[in-house]
Design a protein around this ligand. Structure first.
Ligand code: ADP
Ligand code: MG
Length: 261
């Protein structure tokens, strides 16, 4: 069965100075999939996420999301369409509490407008209460209610990773880009994050692109798997066929031998 792509990147290019980090990269992400994105360090995975999320505008190529060209849309417009990303290094607001970090994500908060606050304080209050309720539900899901009022900058690395995942639940996400959601977390938490991703996929219908070095996690969750090397797609297929492809091994060995940065 062929699934219509939710996202398609066509001949993407990204230069940093004279260095070509994304080199004519073409790939499709099937709707309703958890697509694994693997490849050695320096392959261009995070840069590709930055292009898809709109942090960078590509030097060349196009990005189509749900049939619409989004190549030059701003990140917030993409976010409003349900294209949401998390970061390899968590980007929490350190001086806000854990629950406030979630509340910040909810779009169209009327409290942000001074005039609204002045002329319609009741509405602002109602919406804030609703946002707080939603944030609390998310905290229950990611099992962090016990640290709701702690400053986000002071919680553990693993809890920050869960918070990143929780932030994707504060909005109507369609496609969620997860950049190494399990990096640096212990095995128990890793399994927990894995379960949460599976749940969000099954119950909320999120499509995911998952960058992860933990191959057990990729094997358990992902189909298809795309392996990148040198800024382009090296091979795509199911986990077994990708893992056993000699080109993939070669790419990783190249990294170990120090030929990659
Ligand atoms: N902002 C940047 N400026 C210059 N070079 C960058 C920048 N971001 C990434 N690179 C380079 O682009 C390549 C791909 O990096 P990255 O996308 O982070 O790889 P991956 O996530 O697969 O490890 C690397 O060689 C990296 O050093
Ligand atoms: Mg990266």
């Amino acid at each position: 069965m062929t699934r219509a792509p939710m996202l398609h990147c066509e001949a993407l290019k990204q230069f940093f100075g004279s260095f070509c980090a994304i080199d004519n990269c073409t790939l499709s992400i099937p709707s309703d999939s958890i697509t694994g994105l693997i490849g050695p360090n320096g392959a261009g995975k995070t840069t590709l996420f930055n292009l898809i999320a709109g942090a960078y505008q590509p030097t060349g190529g196009t990005i189509t999301f749900c049939g619409q060209d989004i190549t030059f849309l701003t990140p917030d417009k993409r976010f409003a369409k349900g294209l949401v990303r998390t970061f390899q290094i968590p980007h929490e607001f350190q001086h806000l509490t854990v629950i406030e970090n979630l509340m910040m994500v909810a779009p169209d908060q009327p409290g942000e407008g001074l005039l609204q606050n002045w002329f319609a304080p009741g509405r602002v209050h109602r919406v804030e209460e609703e946002t707080r309720r939603k944030a609390w539900e998310v905290l229950e899901f990611i099992e962090l209610t016990h640290i709701a009022d702690q400053l986000a900058g002071l919680v553990s690395g693993g809890q920050k990773k869960l918070l990143e995942l929780g932030r994707t639940m504060m909005t109507d996400s369609k496609l969620v880009l997860l950049d190494e959601p399990a990096a640096g977390v212990n095995r128990t938490l890793l399994r927990k994050i894995e379960d949460k991703i599976a749940y969000l996929h099954k119950e909320r219908g999120y499509t995911f692109i998952l960058i992860e070095h933990d191959m057990e996690m990729i094997e358990k969750l992902c189909d298809p798997v795309i392996c990148m090397a040198d800024g382009r797609v090296l091979i795509e297929g199911d986990f077994k066929s990708v893992r056993s492809d000699p080109r993939v091994l070669e790419a990783y060995l190249g990294e170990k031998a120090g030929t990659k940065h």
